[in-house]
Design a protein around this ligand. Structure first.
Ligand code: GCU
Length: 586
């Protein structure tokens, strides 16, 4: 008994989390480009419990039935089938008032049947996003751990399935200093599994990844394919373009080739998509892809060879009462609201939004800026932090690089200009160029208020320089903004990636009176007056008011009120009309 006693205590004294901190899966190992493949959804009713003291790990509740340190069947403190049930995908914060501010571990579980449909089929489980750490347990075994709250991850489960399976998703939304983002950020920390949980059946040899893009200069499409399994070649078809080509697969399963085409170019005015089909050894991968060119030359940005002023707006991924768990209808409304404002681009801040957003933007004709949450101060000198940011960058780019609407990858937002941060960002830019040389890189760089210029060292390494500035709100002297623009002459496009002011919808007063709609409208008029003609793009902050614990005063009450539309997504403020009139008449 004594010996067991020690074991028992030692288990109770070990921090259970570190015991199960297995190496996180990464994009290189696990990425699946599904295109338009059929998926079998595991969404719907799951049993759920918050797990404030990590009892799930501490008492090894993933074992069926759970046993205690003596190997005895433990009294069942956590009977899954008696837990409350929630609908996935969702954020637990929105399930019940008592969970609103809960940050920690939550456990989701359900059972599901499995019957093979084809001899030798391979089965992959894919989770669209879980914030922030997600451990996946299948039939009592830990099969994966993923870190990063906004990108998909997949794992092969072929040899772990039985006819009746129990899956457990243990999600930990705790903010930690070495995570990406770190401890402090101006949006709400929604926890849980808030995008689709699905499984996909593949043949023994299948197309794991495909990237199809128009060459930035020549009339050819570049095709890069990764085949998992034994294949000697792939076949590419685009019927509308009379493309019918074979490409060899090398020993590493990679196929790369260029095919001469003259496609109708995708643009916001003409969002033309082509059905691309790639086959190999009985597997077929398809996607609807638009072909266009984006380039930065001198101070300007060019789409399909035409100079384009980017008329944009920023937005978070949030809807009332459902947090990050947007439906397709929510996403369509967000994109329609941007188009009605007169925008041709949206900045999806500050993290990867749902993959459907870029699919819908492809169809609806609006450009996108996408980014990873390398936000404010991070542990730029920590290996774990760099590895997480690099993996999130890879997962985002590999997920969305077939989307014509995406034209900018942003590697950071308002980060302190240190050497560690510069090295960190340069490595992210290198990943962007390695995985996708067809798009532009940018970052929300810092303005040097003392020297009245943009002197961020990162400017040298991005294709497009973006700055966040809040003249008229945090700083009152608009003349400084004039000086900054005059003193910051680059041979690169310069955009404003955030500017704006707070206003509580329906609160009226006069210019100079903070949080009135009139003052917000005044700031927009002055910003437009000073910046017009001097920028390659303008992306004010922000389309909708949004939840954040950082904003607690009588006008904000937990919301950032810089939206042009209030958090209900129904009330346009006076400033909405100022920006709309500028965009539609520019
Ligand atoms: C910063 C930051 C935003 C924030 C905004 C604000 O620039 O990038 O995330 O919400 O300013 O102050 O409202």
């Amino acid at each position: 008994m004594e010996n067991n006693r020690k074991d028992h205590d030692s288990i109770l004294l070990i921090d259970p989390i570190t015991q199960y901190d297995v190496a996180p899966i990464t994009a290189e190992q696990s990425f699946l480009s599904l295109g338009l493949r059929d998926r079998e959804l595991l969404n719907g009713r799951w049993h759920f419990s918050v797990d404030v003291y990590n009892t799930f790990l501490r008492k090894q509740l993933f074992l069926q039935p759970p046993t205690d340190a003596y190997g005895k069947i433990a009294p069942v403190d956590h009977d899954y089938e008696q837990w409350e049930r929630v609908n996935l995908p969702s954020n637990w914060n929105c399930e019940k008032e008592k969970y609103w501010h809960y940050e920690g571990s939550g456990i989701y579980t359900r059972t599901f049947p499995y019957e093979p449909k084809a001899q030798g089929e391979r089965v992959f489980l894919r989770i669209g996003a879980a914030n922030y750490i997600c451990r996946v347990w299948l039939n009592g075994a830990l099969i994966a751990r993923h870190t990063g709250g906004f990108t998909p991850f997949a794992m092969e489960i072929s040899d772990k399935l039985t006819s009746d399976n129990r899956i457990i998703l243990e999600v930990d939304s705790t903010r930690r200093i070495k995570q990406v983002p770190s401890l402090n950020y101006d949006w709400f920390n929604y926890g849980g599994v808030y995008r689709d949980i699905e499984f996909v059946r593949m043949p023994k040899t299948f197309i794991r990844d495909a990237f199809v893009s128009l060459d930035p200069v020549k009339d050819v499409i570049d095709v890069q394919v990764h085949v998992d399994g034994d294949a000697v070649g792939i076949h590419v078809r685009i019927d509308e373009l009379d493309v019918d080509a074979d490409i060899e697969v090398n020993a590493q399963g990679k196929a790369q080739g260029s095919i001469g085409v003259s496609p109708e170019l995708w643009s916001p005015e003409n969002p033309k998509l082509y059905r691309v089909q790639i086959t190999c050894d009985g597997d077929s991968w398809q996607d609807d892809i638009g072909f266009r060119r984006i380039a930065a030359r001198g101070k300007d940005i060019y789409l399909n060879g035409e100079k384009l002023f980017l008329k944009g707006i920023c937005c978070h991924e949030e809807v009332p009462n459902r947090g990050h768990a947007l439906t397709k209808e929510d996403m369509i409304q967000t994109l329609q609201d941007a188009k009605e404002l007169g925008c041709n681009i949206m900045r999806l801040a500050h993290y990867p939004h749902h993959e459907q957003m870029s699919r819908l933007a492809d169809q609806m004709g609006i450009l996108l800026w996408e980014e990873v949450p390398v936000y404010w101060a991070l542990c730029f000198d920590a290996e774990e932090t760099l590895a997480s940011a690099q993996n999130q960058m890879r997962e985002l780019i590999m997920r969305d690089r077939n989307r014509a609407s995406v034209v900018l990858w942003s590697v950071g937002n308002e980060n302190p200009d240190t050497q560690a941060r510069l090295d960190f960002m340069k490595s992210l830019i290198a990943i962007c160029k390695e995985l996708d040389p067809t798009r532009l890189t940018t970052a929300a760089c810092l303005v040097n208020g003392q020297q009245k210029c943009v002197s961020d060292r990162l400017c040298e390494y991005v294709d497009v320089i973006s700055i966040n500035e809040y003249y008229g709100w945090y700083i009152s002297d608009f003349d400084e903004l004039r000086q900054i623009l005059e003193n910051s002459q680059f041979d690169k496009p310069l955009m404003i990636s955030e500017t704006g002011a707070g206003a509580k919808s329906g609160h009226h007063g006069v210019q100079g009176e903070f949080f009135t709609e009139e003052h917000q409208a005044y700031v927009y008029r002055k910003q437009i007056e000073i910046t017009d003609g001097k920028l390659a793009g303008l992306l004010p902050w922000i389309l909708y008011d949004f939840n954040t614990p950082l904003r607690m005063n009588a006008f904000q009450e937990g919301y950032n009120r810089k939206g042009l539309i209030d958090e209900s997504r129904n009330h346009r403020k006076l400033a909405w009309h100022v920006l709309h009139d500028y965009y539609v008449n520019r």
